[in-house]
Ligand binder design. Structure first.
Ligand code: FNR
Length: 183
């Protein structure tokens, strides 16, 4: 069996993103290969789609999702909800041929300024993924908050508790990806 492939998506574009740091820490614990998808897509516009089909970046992202055995989504919390960047990407890929997210194991992680670590944003993201038929892992929840001091200079998680939760989640994601490969 080939090694499972993980596609990582980060809901923050900024260079110093704490969610990208968390995503990087988590991806390193996946037993397989990984790459990051680019969410810098145009805003969803039905007229654009009708005129020229799926934009190149959307087609690329949909193909990456389709080829992946599992997804890891790092989701910031903006006003208690996921950023528009992620919703836009999900809306676009839902217009691609076939149901690219159907049956795809997905793990969620989040890092926030607030103490709750993104509990509310993750709940909403779960609802957002439901119509796309993704199989979102339910536990353990990786909610890193307050995250400002959660990483050391090398990008590693300072707290053993958070690292253990990441390890357990990524072990489950690897197992789900292998199961999917075997189906
Ligand atoms: C935030 N932030 C935030 N934090 C939180 O715990 N709960 C919230 O509802 C919000 N809302 C919010 C709205 C907007 C528009 C911004 C820009 C920020 C703070 C946020 O958690 C913090 O800036 C994170 O560091 C953002 O994630 P990245 O960019 O570091 O990955």
């Amino acid at each position: 069996m080939t090694e499972p492939r993980l596609l990582c998506l980060c809901g923050s574009l900024r260079k110093g993103s704490l969610n990208r740091k968390l995503m990087t820490v988590a991806a390193a614990r996946f037993d397989g290969s990984f790459e990051e998808g680019d969410l810098r897509l145009p805003l969803y516009d039905g007229d654009l789609q009708e005129a020229q089909g799926l934009p190149e970046g959307v087609a690329r992202l949909a193909a990456q999702i389709s080829a992946a055995d599992a997804l890891l989504i790092a989701c910031p919390e903006y006003n208690k909800a996921p950023p528009g960047l992620l919703k836009n990407a999900l809306d676009w890929v839902s217009r691609a041929e076939g149901q690219v997210l159907e049956g795809k194991p997905v793990a969620l992680v989040s890092a926030t300024a607030g103490r709750a670590g993104g509990e509310r944003t993750q709940s909403i993201l779960r609802w957002m993924l439901q119509p796309l038929r993704a199989e979102v892992l339910t536990h353990p929840e990786v909610l890193v908050g307050p995250a400002a001091d959660a990483f050391d200079a090398s990008g590693a998680l300072v707290s053993e508790r958070f690292q253990k939760a990441v390890d357990a989640l990524m072990a489950r994601l690897t197992a789900a990806a292998r199961e999917k490969q075997a189906r």
